[in-house]
Design a protein around this ligand. Structure first.
Ligand SMILES: CC(C)(COP(=O)(O)OP(=O)(O)OC[C@H]1O[C@@H](n2cnc3c(N)ncnc32)[C@H](O)[C@@H]1OP(=O)(O)O)[C@@H](O)C(=O)NCCC(=O)NCCS
Length: 190
């Protein structure tokens, strides 16, 4: 069962990506809601479909509200930010939530990187930290659902030692899953 012990906060830190650009990784804050919406609006229709497995024109209010108020010890959201004229832009986000299927040892993840920031190890950096936190929160397994055509996500999952299995009656979806007892293999950023 996911533990209910008090959680330590993730200390914000700067990370240099492979192309030399820097981002700040930190936990999500309530005030990030408008930047999450802006980041969603900057995504292409294809990226939105890859992430949500449906054609989404806007984020639903409930999901946004839950996203900026993760339940301590159960849900977790990390964002990657860069400075912007109006404050910050969010260029990457990764989250887990307790699995809806009722098994409290399992959490479900999702990850999105802004198109201009891909191919630099940012998803790997965020996912590595997410896996560590999920383990510390007491989860035994992390899983996610990915379009079978989503080559980048499936390759990333393979790199992070997730297994990939077909989903019965859903030929276009793959379930990726990883036990959390051992550590993520690597993080490509300092
Ligand atoms: C999938 C996604 C998160 C990857 O983000 P990223 O920051 O580019 O990933 P990384 O740079 O950390 O790449 C890690 C590994 O993933 C694989 N990968 C990433 N992009 C790839 C691509 N376009 N083609 C093939 N493999 C790719 C590679 O194995 C890569 O390792 P390498 O750099 O040593 O080759 C990003 O493409 C994205 O946000 N897609 C849209 C949203 C989505 O599909 N989310 C998944 C559903 S939960």
């Amino acid at each position: 069962m996911a533990s209910v012990r008090a959680r330590s906060r993730y200390r914000p830190r700067r990370v240099r990506l492979r192309d030399g650009r820097e981002v700040t990784l930190r936990e999500i804050e309530e005030g990030d809601a408008s930047e999450i919406v802006a980041a969603f609006e900057r995504l292409s229709a294809e990226s939105r479909y890859s992430r949500f497995m449906q054609h989404k024109k806007q984020l639903d209010a409930g999901a946004l509200e839950r996203g900026v108020h993760p339940r301590p010890g159960l849900d977790y959201v990390l964002v990657a930010t860069i400075p912007a004229l109006d404050g910050i832009d969010i260029v990457g986000a990764v989250q887990y939530v307790r699995a809806q299927a009722g098994d409290d040892r399992v959490c479900e993840f999702a990850v999105t990187i802004a198109e201009d920031w891909r191919g630099n190890g940012l998803a790997t950096a965020l996912m590595s930290r997410l896996l560590r936190r999920a383990r510390r929160d007491g989860y035994e397994t992390i899983e996610g659902w990915v379009l079978a055509s989503n080559t980048p996500m499936l390759a990333l999952a393979r790199e992070l030692r997730f297994s990939a299995d077909p989903v019965p009656d859903e030929a276009d979806v793959v379930r990726v899953r990883r036990e959390l007892q051992d550590g993520p293999r690597r993080s490509r950023t300092r």
